[in-house]
Design a protein around this ligand. Sequence first.
Ligand SMILES: [Zn+2]
Length: 293
Amino acid sequence: MRNILQMIPGGAPVVVGLALAGLLLSVVPCRPQMWLYPLVRQAVQMKVNYQTRDMLAKTTPHFIIRYTEKDADTIDMVAQAAEAAYQPVTAALNYAPGGKTLILVYPDRQAMKQAYGWAGDAGAMGFYWGGIIQILSPKAWMKDSQSVAEFMVNGPIVHEYTHLVLDYMTRGNYTRWFTEGLAQYVEYRVNGYEWVTADNGLGGKLYTMAELDGNFDGLPNQALAYRQSLALVRYIDEVHGDAKLNQVLGSLKAGVKVDKAIEKALGMDYGTYESLVNAWAKGNMKQYVRAAN
Ligand SMILES: [Zn+2]
């Protein structure tokens, strides 16, 4: 997800609103960005909600799914997978956002590329941005586009919904690697899915925390940046326990920055954390194995 404040779709009124909000900030105590963030996200949601009002819609207890005629026969499957993701994701983060989450289903990659704030790579199946989940039609990537089990395990819903719940819970107070690490970790725990490639082994040269913190989306080996993100979150939970990961999440919710939240929960400095995660990951994370012909 790009910085939401940089990505308000064409909204002069929103910019004026933000300017007024900026004036108000001088009288609002502490963490002004966390106060402003939900308002900006809400403005984006209202705009997208209005612009997609003519699409077909299916409503479930926790989601509103909008889609085109082409996906009418897969939408029950998407709805089932979304509801199946709700409980494990909200339980893992110990937080449930209020209201119903909007999911937009695009019929093909072209339509998805033109959509609001799409910044995912060409191969991606989904994207979270501004309080909304956007996914590619299951027909565009699934072998059997009616297989609920395949869509649940290989589909993007658990991953994107984790991004959304973290975003609501912390009001935008996280880093790119942290949200990608957490989304992959919940996906790994719920579905057993891991993104392992020939290029993202953790035994070789790795990115530093400064690189991951500073320019996550600009790092040339994205598969490695994602893999390291998973290791960084998985290490907290598997080595130090659920309570420590929950403590980190609680600190983010309270406005503490990611590095300080981790240092406090684990009782070690950020540099030690980096070294310990890298050493642990070499011995404990799955490595790529070339498939036999
Ligand atoms: Zn992601």
